[in-house]
Design a protein around this ligand. Structure first.
Ligand code: GLU
Length: 467
């Protein structure tokens, strides 16, 4: 291998949502490029005109930008480069390393059946004829060797040997003259200067054929690294029933992109037992040859743990706007006054949240509008004795100047002492009145979240004769 600067790429086909496996492949390419001081590129493999869609291209752009992995150059669109691919096919024809194959569809079907029965690769009778008719449709096939072996020195899988006689001659140009994936990928990787092809191991077999085409073109073969799949928690292929597959679904479920990067990095790779690490650490440590070759399993508990870690680190302004986004998606658009409430509440509840959805659940109590509809259970707690106590507590709180957690904790303790009871006698009813029965932080936290006026107002509502 020459000492070309490292260039990696992600080359998704835009035929649906962006799969989480594609995100992990992108991450490993991105980390490796960073580690080596190289470049990370994006190529949209849109040669399948029927299955490629613009929304799917957009899903890839959105997924990459959400994940914070910016390619180092403008994305390349494969379909726009078809003339380059055709030139390479012509070069192979000129070198005698490709041929026009005039087999009809029926002949091909028959040959396939015979080849299957004989346990050999499909062979065309046109391979050694060098024929060139003007009036007959043909495909162009690569003329691969029948003898010898092709060895893939894969950084993840190790050496994988393919017998050349088992590899059929790949179609490189279709009957309509358009290039196929296996040709396009080679020409594009070569011309984009890609040194390391890091991709899913469903492409391992292609690597053998692609190696032969690189060699026939006289081009340097890239270094291969074929990554194992991501499986569901039960070890089966990741599917809908495992909860999520698309990058956008993880966003919708309230995972932070930095948590996804950290978690995805650990799917198939790791740095000792380190569970949490920063992008800088991952970029300094990541080596594609340390990726394990067995499939990785999605583990929701681990992802939740990591997400909780990053929720606790995140900037509050950012969490406020992300929580507002969740509220909007639930049809509960936040009012202007809510931002201040969220600012006070989020720091008090985020430790217990695994996702942004849980964070949104945890702030709901503070966003309710007065008067709160108190559940039966809370109403039942409001005996005359309790009402009397809460009325006296209201006065204490009204005179409270410092409205922070420690001052309020001290005030509540002092009040309970003056009443000659434990806090347990006051807590549940106070909490119910302040939260309307919704989940809420501890008492002092709930009072801080609501602010003084709202706290006193909620007490007044509950203690008014009509309540
Ligand atoms: N377009 C191919 C895919 O989405 C990837 C090809 C490659 O990475 O070489 O599976």
């Amino acid at each position: 291998m020459s000492d070309r600067p490292v260039v990696t790429r992600i080359a998704p086909s835009p035929t649906g949502y962006m799969h989480i496996g594609t995100a992990r492949t992108a991450l490993f390419n991105w980390l490796y490029a960073k580690r080596m001081g190289g470049k990370f590129l994006l190529r949209i493999e849109d040669t399948d005109r029927e299955r490629s869609t613009l929304p799917a291209v957009q899903a890839i752009f959105d997924g990459m930008s959400w994940l914070g992995m910016t390619p180092d150059e403008e994305p390349v669109f494969q379909a726009a480069r078809a003339d380059r691919h055709v030139l390479a096919a012509q070069a192979l024809l000129a070198k005698g390393r490709a041929y026009r194959d005039y087999m009809t569809a029926e002949e091909l079907t028959a040959e396939r059946e015979i080849a299957r029965a004989e346990g050999r690769a499909v062979r065309s009778p046109w391979r050694d004829q060098d024929a060139n008719f003007n009036d007959r449709p043909f495909v162009v096939r690569f003329k691969g060797p029948h003898e010898g072996e092709t060895v893939i020195h894969d950084l993840v899988k190790g050496d994988v040997t393919f017998k050349n006689k088992d590899l059929d001659d790949l179609i490189i140009l279709r009957t309509d003259g358009t290039p196929t994936y296996n040709l396009a990928v080679i020409v594009d990787d070569h011309e984009m200067g890609v040194t390391h092809v890091i991709r899913g191991d469903d492409h391992l077999n292609n690597a053998a054929r692609q190696t032969l085409i690189y060699e026939a073109l006289g081009w340097e073969v890239p270094i291969w690294a074929h990554l194992p799949m991501i499986h569901g928690p039960d070890g089966a292929k990741l599917s809908k029933r495992h909860g999520a597959q698309a990058v956008s679904e993880f966003d919708d479920m309230g995972y932070l992109p930095e948590a996804m990067r950290n978690y995805l990095a650990r799917l198939g790779w790791g740095h000792g037992d380190d569970e949490i690490f920063s992008d800088e650490q991952a970029q300094a440590w990541f080596d594609v040859s340390d990726v394990v070759s067995a499939p990785a399993r999605l583990d929701w508990a681990k992802l939740n743990h990591i997400n909780n870690h990053y929720l606790r680190l995140a900037d509050i302004d950012r969490l406020v706007s992300l929580t507002e986004r969740v509220l909007k998606s639930r049809g509960e658009p936040p009012r202007d006054a809510d931002a201040a409430i969220l600012h006070r509440t989020i720091p008090l509840v985020r430790d217990g949240a695994k996702t942004l959805l849980e964070l949104a659940d945890a702030v709901m109590f503070a966003l309710k509008q007065r008067p709160l509809a108190l559940p039966e259970k809370v109403v039942g707690m409001l005996t005359d004795e309790t009402r009397g106590r809460l009325t006296r507590l209201r006065e204490t709180l009204a005179g409270q100047a410092d409205w922070d957690v420690s001052a309020l904790e001290a005030a509540l303790r002092g009040f309970a002492e003056s009443e000659g009871v434990g806090l347990g006698k006051i807590g549940p009813a106070l909490r119910g009145v302040l939260s309307g029965g919704a989940p809420a932080p501890d008492l002092a936290g709930a009072l801080v979240s609501l602010g003084k006026a709202e706290s006193l107002g909620r007490l007044d509502d509950a203690l008014s004769p009509a309540a």
